[in-house]
Write a protein that binds this ligand. Structure first.
Ligand code: SF4
Length: 73
């Protein structure tokens, strides 16, 4: 399945690009409590999980686990 248009405002993420576009090959969304949960699968070095299901308390309980702080060289 092709990735949808992912718009993101987190400009200090490694995968963020001009125009608020996400360039990550995989984006894993989790509930906040699992923001650091290790994931069993991987593509292009990005971890994800096709099996684990969860239930969020609301919009503020979800997070992008793929976020990686950009380090300027
Ligand atoms: S990986 Fe997540 S935080 Fe980073 S640009 Fe994509 S959607 Fe935003």
């Amino acid at each position: 399945m092709e990735n949808p248009m992912v718009k993101c405002s987190i400009a200090n993420c490694e995968y963020w690009e001009q125009g608020n576009n996400c360039s990550a090959e995989v984006i894993m969304i989790e509930v906040n409590a699992h923001s650091n949960k290790p994931q069993p699968q991987e593509r292009d070095g990005l971890p994800y999980d096709s099996g684990h299901q969860d239930s969020a308390e609301g919009i503020t309980d979800t997070c992008c686990q793929t976020f990686e702080e950009r380090h300027h060289h």
